[in-house]
Design a protein around this ligand. Sequence first.
Ligand SMILES: [Zn+2]
Ligand SMILES: [Zn+2]
Length: 127
Amino acid sequence: MAAVTGGCLCGRLRYTVTAEPSNPHYCSCGQCQRWSGAPVVAWIDAPLDAVRVDGPGGEPAWHRSSERAQRGFCPSCGGTVFYRSDGSALLGITTASLDEPDRFPPVKWSYPGAAPSWLPPLLGNRK
Ligand SMILES: [Zn+2]
Ligand SMILES: [Zn+2]
């Protein structure tokens, strides 16, 4: 597999994934919307131990977004990049932060009913 790489807007937070990502999906939960400022966020999952943070800015900053999870972002530009559930062996990575987001098209949509009504249906499904 070709390495999966990506990073934030300013390029200080960069990462390399050395295992095949899984679970490409959209999420429109209220937390994703508030965190990103967008009506939907596309995600992939990668094994935590297969993700190397390797940009010049070092480690992301983390915001505890719930009792069970944290969200990682670039402390310089605020770019929204990671999601980590406490105790999980997986790390969520925003698909749009990838250098090649075309490689992992979302195949499902979490919390479609929480999206604003003006967002067009994605994947043809909307509850
Ligand atoms: Zn940045
Ligand atoms: Zn979400």
